[in-house]
Write a protein of this length. Structure first.
Length: 345
């Protein structure tokens, strides 16, 4: 049976025209599968579902790992959805106590999907246009203090090749502010030791140049010496890749997270901290040291300046704390003087 539904057409558009990552495309696919399940009367659960009584059977949608109705049924359900269908779906998600951020993400998926459908003349109008995104709770990104970063960076041992690799990973993450996905995609020729920059491939296949600290470059050189010796006795080592696992293959983002969890515990830091926290720390520390917002935006690879502006709240809060510490408010509990209540006109 042909499995090329509208959903798969949309995922192909995201991957090959918009250059979204495989992971992001899978998330969009899962959201759309959940919505089509809801339209089919399966209550929009995240569990794997399969249509019953359908002679066409079911299929795995684009590697998403969920099973949906047959091609004709999916297409009919999605093209026939209207604004009331979407509102009822969002109400169901709210009833199931999905967080506001999750509901907003799923709504954004539908918004993009139906915008795509309108452009392809598959539907006459976008049923999501009239629906507002639920107001989000503003959460400031978490970051580490300078001393905490220093403690974390100094935790991996550098007397063996895996420890030297992990030290280089942490150094690069903090000194450049790149994403973990960008870090694991680095190749050997992406490092410019002379120019002290790295070549980064970001979201949507967008590329940028990021300055890297001398300490990070030294950590990379130390790791590469170990790696080159290791590779001499192991023909399976990929000579192109910068950060490899013990088998010589490209390191995964999940592996980086596991390694960081290990060093957080060793350093006595909160194990709930993620590698992305180093990116937040980089941005916050840059602004604290006088960098302008536009420069930090370019270094982080943010498309919109508004995405970077969240870090200004962190630096403002820090300034307020420092001001309060320098100016104790001891005399503010005194009773104010009685003022003349007579009119002044």
């Amino acid at each position: 049976m042909e499995s090329n539904t509208i959903i798969q057409d949309f995922l192909n558009y995201l991957k090959y025209e918009k250059h979204f990552s495989e992971h992001t495309a899978k998330c969009y696919g899962a959201d759309l599968t959940q919505f089509s399940d809801y339209l089919a009367g399966n209550n929009g659960t995240d569990n794997t579902t399969q249509s019953q009584g359908n002679s066409d059977g079911a299929y795995n949608q684009g590697g998403v790992g969920v099973v949906v109705q047959a091609k004709s049924q999916v297409d009919t359900l999605l093209t026939g959805a209207d604004v009331n269908s979407v509102r009822a779906y969002l109400a169901k998600l709210n009833e199931k106590q999905y967080s506001k951020s999750t509901i907003a993400r799923k709504l954004a998926t539908l918004r993009s999907f139906y915008k795509f459908m309108v452009k392809r003349n598959m539907v006459g109008s976008n049923p999501v246009t009239a629906i507002r995104t639920p107001k989000q709770e503003k959460k400031l990104p978490r970051f580490l203090e300078y001393e905490e970063v220093k403690r974390l960076l100094e935790t991996p041992p550098t007397n063996n090749w895996l420890g030297a690799r992990d030290r280089a990973i942490l150094e690069v993450l903090y000194s450049t502010g790149i994403r973990v996905s960008e870090l694991v995609s680095l190749n050997m020729d992406d490092i410019d030791f002379l120019g002290e920059v790295i070549h980064v491939r970001g979201k949507g296949k967008k590329e940028r140049i990021a300055p890297v600290s001398s300490s990070a470059l030294q950590a990379i050189q130390r790791y590469m010496e170990y790696k080159n010796k290791r590779a001499q006795n192991n023909p399976n080592f990929d000579p192109k890749v910068l950060f490899v696992n013990k088998h010589g293959k490209r390191l995964s983002t999940r592996s980086v997270r596991r390694k960081m969890d290990k060093y957080l515990r060793m350093a006595g830091l909160d194990p709930s901290i993620s590698p992305h926290t180093l990116r937040h720390s980089f941005a916050t520390h840059m602004l604290n040291n006088g960098a302008d917002l536009r420069s930090v935006q370019e270094l982080l690879g943010h498309q919109s300046l508004s995405t970077t502006q969240v870090y200004t709240h962190l630096t403002t809060n820090r300034l307020k704390e420092q001001y309060d510490n320098a100016h104790p408010r001891e005399g503010f509990n005194e009773q104010p003087q009685q003022q003349d209540e007579s009119p002044t006109w």
